[in-house]
Design a protein around this ligand. Structure first.
Ligand code: AMP
Length: 416
Protein backbone atom coordinates (compact mmCIF):
# COMPACT_ATOMS: atom_id res chain seq x y z
CA UNK A 1 0.00 0.00 0.00
CA UNK A 2 1.30 3.47 -0.88
CA UNK A 3 0.04 6.97 -0.08
CA UNK A 4 -0.94 7.29 -3.77
CA UNK A 5 -3.66 4.69 -3.23
CA UNK A 6 -5.35 6.70 -0.46
CA UNK A 7 -7.08 9.38 -2.55
CA UNK A 8 -4.77 12.11 -1.35
CA UNK A 9 -4.35 14.95 -3.81
CA UNK A 10 -1.02 15.88 -5.33
CA UNK A 11 -0.43 18.78 -2.90
CA UNK A 12 -0.85 16.42 0.07
CA UNK A 13 1.31 13.76 -1.53
CA UNK A 14 4.05 16.34 -1.89
CA UNK A 15 4.02 17.29 1.79
CA UNK A 16 3.87 13.62 2.79
CA UNK A 17 6.95 13.02 0.71
CA UNK A 18 8.66 16.06 2.22
CA UNK A 19 7.89 14.65 5.68
CA UNK A 20 9.80 11.53 4.66
CA UNK A 21 6.83 9.19 5.03
CA UNK A 22 7.17 6.56 2.34
CA UNK A 23 4.46 4.08 3.34
CA UNK A 24 1.21 4.62 5.26
CA UNK A 25 0.97 2.89 8.62
CA UNK A 26 -2.01 0.49 9.06
CA UNK A 27 -4.17 3.10 10.80
CA UNK A 28 -3.40 5.62 8.05
CA UNK A 29 -4.14 3.13 5.28
CA UNK A 30 -7.52 2.33 6.79
CA UNK A 31 -8.61 5.68 8.20
CA UNK A 32 -7.57 8.20 5.54
CA UNK A 33 -9.95 7.01 2.75
CA UNK A 34 -12.88 6.89 5.19
CA UNK A 35 -12.22 10.37 6.54
CA UNK A 36 -11.87 11.73 3.01
CA UNK A 37 -15.31 10.25 2.26
CA UNK A 38 -16.72 12.34 5.08
CA UNK A 39 -17.44 9.48 7.49
CA UNK A 40 -17.33 9.71 11.27
CA UNK A 41 -14.71 7.34 12.57
CA UNK A 42 -13.65 5.52 15.72
CA UNK A 43 -9.99 4.56 15.52
CA UNK A 44 -8.48 2.09 17.92
CA UNK A 45 -4.82 2.98 17.81
CA UNK A 46 -2.14 3.80 20.26
CA UNK A 47 0.56 6.42 20.26
CA UNK A 48 3.26 5.47 17.83
CA UNK A 49 0.85 3.99 15.29
CA UNK A 50 0.92 7.12 13.15
CA UNK A 51 -2.60 8.06 14.23
CA UNK A 52 -1.92 11.80 14.24
CA UNK A 53 -1.17 11.92 10.53
CA UNK A 54 -4.12 9.55 9.99
CA UNK A 55 -6.47 12.42 10.85
CA UNK A 56 -4.30 15.47 10.11
CA UNK A 57 -3.66 14.55 6.45
CA UNK A 58 -7.27 14.04 5.35
CA UNK A 59 -8.55 17.01 7.37
CA UNK A 60 -5.86 19.23 5.85
CA UNK A 61 -6.94 18.08 2.39
CA UNK A 62 -10.65 18.62 3.10
CA UNK A 63 -10.01 22.10 4.44
CA UNK A 64 -8.42 23.15 1.17
CA UNK A 65 -5.70 25.73 0.99
CA UNK A 66 -7.44 28.96 1.79
CA UNK A 67 -7.80 30.15 5.35
CA UNK A 68 -10.98 31.63 6.74
CA UNK A 69 -10.00 34.08 9.44
CA UNK A 70 -13.48 34.45 10.78
CA UNK A 71 -14.16 30.96 12.04
CA UNK A 72 -12.69 27.93 13.70
CA UNK A 73 -13.25 24.98 11.37
CA UNK A 74 -11.32 22.25 13.16
CA UNK A 75 -11.27 21.47 16.85
CA UNK A 76 -8.99 18.76 18.21
CA UNK A 77 -9.19 17.86 21.90
CA UNK A 78 -6.24 16.11 23.51
CA UNK A 79 -5.54 15.11 27.12
CA UNK A 80 -2.12 16.70 27.65
CA UNK A 81 -0.32 19.87 26.68
CA UNK A 82 2.50 17.95 25.06
CA UNK A 83 0.15 15.97 22.89
CA UNK A 84 -1.75 19.12 21.93
CA UNK A 85 1.52 20.80 20.96
CA UNK A 86 2.56 17.81 18.88
CA UNK A 87 -0.74 17.60 17.02
CA UNK A 88 -0.52 21.31 16.33
CA UNK A 89 2.99 20.80 14.92
CA UNK A 90 1.79 17.98 12.71
CA UNK A 91 -0.96 20.27 11.35
CA UNK A 92 1.72 22.87 10.76
CA UNK A 93 3.83 20.38 8.85
CA UNK A 94 0.99 19.32 6.56
CA UNK A 95 -0.63 22.72 5.99
CA UNK A 96 2.48 24.76 5.52
CA UNK A 97 1.79 25.48 1.85
CA UNK A 98 -1.64 26.86 2.70
CA UNK A 99 -3.00 30.03 4.28
CA UNK A 100 -4.57 28.07 7.16
CA UNK A 101 -3.93 29.49 10.63
CA UNK A 102 -3.75 27.49 13.84
CA UNK A 103 -3.31 27.75 17.56
CA UNK A 104 -2.56 25.25 20.33
CA UNK A 105 -4.44 26.00 23.54
CA UNK A 106 -3.32 24.49 26.82
CA UNK A 107 -2.81 25.43 30.43
CA UNK A 108 0.40 25.89 32.40
CA UNK A 109 1.44 28.87 30.24
CA UNK A 110 0.14 32.40 29.85
CA UNK A 111 -3.12 32.63 27.98
CA UNK A 112 -2.15 35.90 26.28
CA UNK A 113 -0.43 34.54 23.15
CA UNK A 114 -3.29 32.07 22.72
CA UNK A 115 -5.87 34.84 23.03
CA UNK A 116 -3.93 36.98 20.57
CA UNK A 117 -3.89 34.19 18.00
CA UNK A 118 -7.63 33.65 18.50
CA UNK A 119 -8.27 37.35 18.00
CA UNK A 120 -6.29 37.36 14.77
CA UNK A 121 -8.41 34.42 13.62
CA UNK A 122 -7.57 30.73 13.26
CA UNK A 123 -8.92 27.80 11.25
CA UNK A 124 -7.54 25.02 13.45
CA UNK A 125 -7.57 24.78 17.24
CA UNK A 126 -5.84 21.97 19.10
CA UNK A 127 -6.66 22.18 22.79
CA UNK A 128 -6.74 20.52 26.15
CA UNK A 129 -10.24 20.66 27.61
CA UNK A 130 -9.46 22.70 30.74
CA UNK A 131 -7.87 25.79 29.16
CA UNK A 132 -10.26 25.68 26.24
CA UNK A 133 -13.20 25.93 28.63
CA UNK A 134 -11.51 28.82 30.44
CA UNK A 135 -11.19 30.70 27.19
CA UNK A 136 -14.72 29.80 26.15
CA UNK A 137 -16.01 31.17 29.45
CA UNK A 138 -14.12 34.39 28.78
CA UNK A 139 -15.73 34.45 25.31
CA UNK A 140 -12.47 34.28 23.39
CA UNK A 141 -13.51 31.12 21.53
CA UNK A 142 -16.54 30.54 19.35
CA UNK A 143 -17.08 27.01 18.18
CA UNK A 144 -20.39 27.30 16.37
CA UNK A 145 -18.81 26.93 12.92
CA UNK A 146 -16.71 23.85 13.60
CA UNK A 147 -16.75 21.31 10.77
CA UNK A 148 -14.33 18.75 12.17
CA UNK A 149 -14.07 17.52 15.74
CA UNK A 150 -11.29 15.12 16.75
CA UNK A 151 -11.00 13.54 20.18
CA UNK A 152 -7.50 12.16 20.51
CA UNK A 153 -6.52 9.64 23.18
CA UNK A 154 -10.11 9.59 24.32
CA UNK A 155 -9.49 6.86 26.90
CA UNK A 156 -6.81 8.95 28.57
CA UNK A 157 -9.06 12.01 28.56
CA UNK A 158 -11.64 9.97 30.42
CA UNK A 159 -9.02 8.55 32.82
CA UNK A 160 -7.92 12.09 33.59
CA UNK A 161 -11.44 13.14 34.49
CA UNK A 162 -12.16 15.26 31.40
CA UNK A 163 -15.41 13.54 30.46
CA UNK A 164 -17.73 16.32 31.60
CA UNK A 165 -15.53 19.03 30.10
CA UNK A 166 -15.53 17.18 26.80
CA UNK A 167 -19.30 16.79 26.85
CA UNK A 168 -19.81 20.46 27.67
CA UNK A 169 -17.51 21.54 24.84
CA UNK A 170 -19.13 19.19 22.34
CA UNK A 171 -22.58 20.59 23.18
CA UNK A 172 -21.53 23.98 21.84
CA UNK A 173 -20.57 22.57 18.41
CA UNK A 174 -22.83 22.36 15.38
CA UNK A 175 -24.60 18.99 15.07
CA UNK A 176 -23.61 18.81 11.42
CA UNK A 177 -19.92 18.10 11.56
CA UNK A 178 -17.49 15.24 11.01
CA UNK A 179 -16.31 13.63 14.23
CA UNK A 180 -13.29 11.38 14.71
CA UNK A 181 -12.42 9.64 17.93
CA UNK A 182 -9.11 7.90 18.59
CA UNK A 183 -8.42 5.74 21.59
CA UNK A 184 -5.79 3.14 22.47
CA UNK A 185 -8.34 1.06 24.35
CA UNK A 186 -12.08 0.68 23.92
CA UNK A 187 -13.66 0.28 27.34
CA UNK A 188 -17.44 0.59 27.68
CA UNK A 189 -17.14 4.25 28.71
CA UNK A 190 -15.54 5.08 25.34
CA UNK A 191 -18.16 3.12 23.42
CA UNK A 192 -20.86 5.07 25.27
CA UNK A 193 -19.16 8.38 24.52
CA UNK A 194 -18.81 7.43 20.83
CA UNK A 195 -22.51 6.64 20.63
CA UNK A 196 -23.42 10.00 22.05
CA UNK A 197 -21.20 12.19 19.86
CA UNK A 198 -20.56 10.30 16.60
CA UNK A 199 -22.99 9.49 13.79
CA UNK A 200 -22.83 6.05 12.25
CA UNK A 201 -19.04 5.84 12.60
CA UNK A 202 -16.76 3.39 10.80
CA UNK A 203 -14.56 1.44 13.16
CA UNK A 204 -10.90 1.13 12.35
CA UNK A 205 -8.78 -1.09 14.48
CA UNK A 206 -5.00 -0.91 14.40
CA UNK A 207 -4.62 -2.92 17.50
CA UNK A 208 -1.21 -2.98 19.15
CA UNK A 209 -1.58 -6.59 20.25
CA UNK A 210 -0.99 -7.86 16.76
CA UNK A 211 1.33 -5.17 15.41
CA UNK A 212 3.40 -2.93 17.66
CA UNK A 213 3.70 -5.17 20.69
CA UNK A 214 4.97 -8.12 18.65
CA UNK A 215 7.72 -6.07 17.06
CA UNK A 216 9.15 -5.14 20.46
CA UNK A 217 11.65 -7.43 22.17
CA UNK A 218 10.21 -7.59 25.67
CA UNK A 219 11.83 -9.09 28.74
CA UNK A 220 11.23 -9.28 32.46
CA UNK A 221 13.86 -9.00 35.16
CA UNK A 222 12.80 -10.46 38.49
CA UNK A 223 14.57 -8.30 41.04
CA UNK A 224 14.26 -7.22 44.68
CA UNK A 225 12.86 -3.73 44.87
CA UNK A 226 16.00 -2.50 46.67
CA UNK A 227 18.18 -3.70 43.76
CA UNK A 228 16.22 -1.97 41.00
CA UNK A 229 18.50 1.06 40.88
CA UNK A 230 21.65 -1.01 40.64
CA UNK A 231 20.07 -3.14 37.93
CA UNK A 232 19.06 -0.03 35.98
CA UNK A 233 22.57 1.38 36.12
CA UNK A 234 23.90 -1.97 35.02
CA UNK A 235 21.61 -2.00 31.99
CA UNK A 236 22.25 1.66 31.15
CA UNK A 237 25.92 0.94 30.83
CA UNK A 238 25.12 -1.37 27.97
CA UNK A 239 26.34 0.14 24.71
CA UNK A 240 23.02 0.01 22.91
CA UNK A 241 21.04 1.81 25.61
CA UNK A 242 21.40 5.23 24.04
CA UNK A 243 17.97 6.81 24.28
CA UNK A 244 16.15 5.34 27.18
CA UNK A 245 12.73 6.11 28.53
CA UNK A 246 12.33 4.89 32.10
CA UNK A 247 8.93 4.67 33.77
CA UNK A 248 8.32 4.97 37.48
CA UNK A 249 5.08 4.76 39.40
CA UNK A 250 5.26 8.18 41.08
CA UNK A 251 6.63 11.66 40.47
CA UNK A 252 8.69 11.35 43.62
CA UNK A 253 10.34 8.16 42.41
CA UNK A 254 10.98 9.75 39.01
CA UNK A 255 12.76 12.69 40.63
CA UNK A 256 14.82 10.55 42.96
CA UNK A 257 15.83 8.15 40.27
CA UNK A 258 16.95 10.92 37.92
CA UNK A 259 19.06 12.37 40.74
CA UNK A 260 20.66 9.00 41.49
CA UNK A 261 21.50 8.41 37.85
CA UNK A 262 23.13 11.80 37.53
CA UNK A 263 25.22 11.01 40.57
CA UNK A 264 26.38 7.92 38.72
CA UNK A 265 27.36 10.14 35.75
CA UNK A 266 24.42 8.99 33.64
CA UNK A 267 22.69 12.08 32.20
CA UNK A 268 19.05 11.80 33.16
CA UNK A 269 16.07 14.10 33.59
CA UNK A 270 12.68 13.56 35.13
CA UNK A 271 9.47 14.62 33.43
CA UNK A 272 6.17 14.64 35.27
CA UNK A 273 3.06 16.64 35.95
CA UNK A 274 4.54 18.73 38.78
CA UNK A 275 7.16 20.26 36.53
CA UNK A 276 6.43 23.55 34.84
CA UNK A 277 5.63 23.53 31.17
CA UNK A 278 8.97 25.06 30.28
CA UNK A 279 10.87 22.52 32.40
CA UNK A 280 9.06 19.70 30.63
CA UNK A 281 9.62 21.18 27.17
CA UNK A 282 13.25 21.67 28.03
CA UNK A 283 13.74 18.14 29.30
CA UNK A 284 12.06 16.78 26.21
CA UNK A 285 14.15 18.91 23.86
CA UNK A 286 17.37 17.77 25.54
CA UNK A 287 16.32 14.16 25.25
CA UNK A 288 15.34 14.54 21.61
CA UNK A 289 18.64 16.17 20.75
CA UNK A 290 20.57 13.41 22.52
CA UNK A 291 21.82 15.76 25.23
CA UNK A 292 20.38 13.55 27.93
CA UNK A 293 20.24 9.85 27.26
CA UNK A 294 17.69 8.95 29.91
CA UNK A 295 14.27 10.41 30.48
CA UNK A 296 12.52 9.27 33.64
CA UNK A 297 8.77 9.67 33.34
CA UNK A 298 5.46 8.90 34.92
CA UNK A 299 2.62 7.56 32.78
CA UNK A 300 0.70 10.80 32.54
CA UNK A 301 3.75 12.83 31.61
CA UNK A 302 4.81 10.45 28.87
CA UNK A 303 1.43 9.87 27.38
CA UNK A 304 1.29 11.10 23.82
CA UNK A 305 4.83 12.44 23.71
CA UNK A 306 6.39 12.18 20.31
CA UNK A 307 9.76 10.78 21.20
CA UNK A 308 11.17 8.86 18.29
CA UNK A 309 14.14 6.49 18.12
CA UNK A 310 13.89 5.42 21.74
CA UNK A 311 16.26 2.47 21.98
CA UNK A 312 14.83 1.14 25.23
CA UNK A 313 11.74 1.52 27.32
CA UNK A 314 12.44 0.39 30.86
CA UNK A 315 9.61 -0.19 33.28
CA UNK A 316 11.43 0.52 36.51
CA UNK A 317 8.07 -0.06 38.16
CA UNK A 318 5.43 -2.16 36.48
CA UNK A 319 2.20 -0.26 35.89
CA UNK A 320 -0.77 -1.40 37.93
CA UNK A 321 -3.04 -0.92 34.92
CA UNK A 322 -2.15 -3.47 32.28
CA UNK A 323 -3.06 -1.19 29.37
CA UNK A 324 -0.44 1.31 30.51
CA UNK A 325 2.18 -1.34 29.77
CA UNK A 326 1.12 -1.35 26.13
CA UNK A 327 1.18 2.45 25.99
CA UNK A 328 4.58 2.61 27.59
CA UNK A 329 6.35 0.08 25.43
CA UNK A 330 4.74 1.63 22.34
CA UNK A 331 7.24 4.47 22.82
CA UNK A 332 9.90 2.25 21.34
CA UNK A 333 9.17 0.54 18.00
CA UNK A 334 7.51 3.67 16.63
CA UNK A 335 6.09 3.62 13.12
CA UNK A 336 7.16 0.08 12.38
CA UNK A 337 10.72 0.15 13.78
CA UNK A 338 11.62 -2.55 16.29
CA UNK A 339 12.42 -1.73 19.89
CA UNK A 340 13.40 -3.11 23.25
CA UNK A 341 11.34 -3.07 26.42
CA UNK A 342 12.66 -4.26 29.78
CA UNK A 343 10.48 -4.53 32.84
CA UNK A 344 11.62 -4.85 36.41
CA UNK A 345 9.32 -6.92 38.56
CA UNK A 346 9.64 -7.21 42.32
CA UNK A 347 7.67 -9.65 44.43
CA UNK A 348 4.79 -7.21 44.97
CA UNK A 349 4.48 -6.52 41.25
CA UNK A 350 4.07 -10.10 40.14
CA UNK A 351 0.29 -9.76 40.17
CA UNK A 352 0.57 -6.88 37.69
CA UNK A 353 2.77 -9.00 35.45
CA UNK A 354 0.10 -11.69 35.29
CA UNK A 355 -2.47 -9.09 34.22
CA UNK A 356 -0.16 -7.66 31.58
CA UNK A 357 0.55 -11.08 30.10
CA UNK A 358 -3.18 -11.79 30.04
CA UNK A 359 -3.78 -8.55 28.15
CA UNK A 360 -1.08 -9.02 25.54
CA UNK A 361 -1.91 -12.70 25.34
CA UNK A 362 1.61 -13.93 25.53
CA UNK A 363 4.18 -14.58 28.20
CA UNK A 364 7.10 -12.16 28.39
CA UNK A 365 10.54 -13.68 28.23
CA UNK A 366 12.36 -13.78 31.56
CA UNK A 367 16.01 -12.78 31.83
CA UNK A 368 17.11 -15.60 34.07
CA UNK A 369 20.74 -14.57 34.37
CA UNK A 370 21.62 -11.12 35.57
CA UNK A 371 23.60 -9.84 38.55
CA UNK A 372 20.59 -8.86 40.62
CA UNK A 373 18.37 -11.93 40.41
CA UNK A 374 15.60 -11.83 43.00
CA UNK A 375 16.11 -14.13 45.99
CA UNK A 376 12.44 -15.06 45.69
CA UNK A 377 12.24 -17.80 43.05
CA UNK A 378 10.71 -16.78 39.74
CA UNK A 379 7.16 -18.00 39.34
CA UNK A 380 6.73 -21.26 37.43
CA UNK A 381 5.69 -20.49 33.89
CA UNK A 382 4.06 -22.49 31.17
CA UNK A 383 5.48 -23.26 27.75
CA UNK A 384 9.09 -22.75 28.75
CA UNK A 385 9.49 -19.05 28.04
CA UNK A 386 11.92 -18.59 30.87
CA UNK A 387 14.99 -18.48 28.64
CA UNK A 388 18.33 -17.24 29.85
CA UNK A 389 19.64 -14.09 28.17
CA UNK A 390 23.28 -13.38 28.48
CA UNK A 391 23.10 -9.75 29.33
CA UNK A 392 26.39 -9.94 31.07
CA UNK A 393 27.76 -9.48 34.52
CA UNK A 394 28.67 -6.27 36.28
CA UNK A 395 31.42 -4.38 34.53
CA UNK A 396 34.57 -3.41 36.31
CA UNK A 397 34.16 0.03 37.91
CA UNK A 398 36.63 1.75 35.60
CA UNK A 399 34.59 0.82 32.54
CA UNK A 400 31.42 2.18 33.93
CA UNK A 401 31.54 5.64 32.44
CA UNK A 402 32.50 4.64 28.97
CA UNK A 403 29.92 3.34 26.63
CA UNK A 404 31.34 0.46 24.71
CA UNK A 405 29.75 -0.42 21.40
CA UNK A 406 29.85 -4.16 22.01
CA UNK A 407 27.30 -5.80 24.34
CA UNK A 408 28.83 -7.81 27.17
CA UNK A 409 28.27 -11.49 27.06
CA UNK A 410 29.51 -12.90 30.36
CA UNK A 411 27.15 -15.32 32.08
CA UNK A 412 28.22 -14.76 35.59
CA UNK A 413 25.32 -14.21 37.97
CA UNK A 414 25.47 -12.59 41.37
CA UNK A 415 25.43 -15.19 44.15
CA UNK A 416 22.08 -15.15 45.92
P1 AMP B 1 1.88 9.11 16.22
O1 AMP B 1 1.35 7.74 16.48
O2 AMP B 1 0.91 9.92 15.45
O3 AMP B 1 2.31 9.78 17.50
O4 AMP B 1 3.15 9.00 15.28
C1 AMP B 1 4.33 8.38 15.67
C2 AMP B 1 5.55 8.81 14.88
O5 AMP B 1 5.56 8.21 13.60
C3 AMP B 1 5.67 10.30 14.64
O6 AMP B 1 7.01 10.64 14.90
C4 AMP B 1 5.35 10.48 13.19
O7 AMP B 1 6.04 11.58 12.64
C5 AMP B 1 5.81 9.18 12.59
N1 AMP B 1 5.03 8.73 11.43
C6 AMP B 1 3.69 8.84 11.26
N2 AMP B 1 3.30 8.29 10.09
C7 AMP B 1 4.42 7.82 9.50
C8 AMP B 1 4.67 7.14 8.26
N3 AMP B 1 3.70 6.81 7.41
N4 AMP B 1 5.95 6.80 7.99
C9 AMP B 1 6.94 7.11 8.85
N5 AMP B 1 6.77 7.76 10.03
C10 AMP B 1 5.52 8.11 10.36
Amino acid sequence: MTFHELELNSAMLRVVEQAGYTKPTPIQARAIPQILKGRDLVGCAQTGSGKTAAFVLPIAQLLGESGDKRRIRVLVLAPTRELAAQIDEEFGRFTRNSALKRVAIFGGVSQQPQVKALRRGVDIVVATPGRLQDLMNQRFVKLDQVEFLVLDEADRMLDMGFINDVKRIVKTLPKRRQTLLFSATMPQSIRDLSKSILTDPVQVDANPQSSTVRSIAQSIYFVESGDKRALLKFILRDAAAERVLVFTRTKHRANNLAKQLNRAAIHAEAIHGNKSQSARTNALAKFKSGHTSVLVATDIAARGLDISDVTHVINFDLPNIAESYVHRIGRTARAGASGIAYSFCDVDERKYLREIEALIQEPIEVVSEHPFISATPAPKRQNGVSKPRQNGARKPANQNRRRSRRPRRSRQARPA
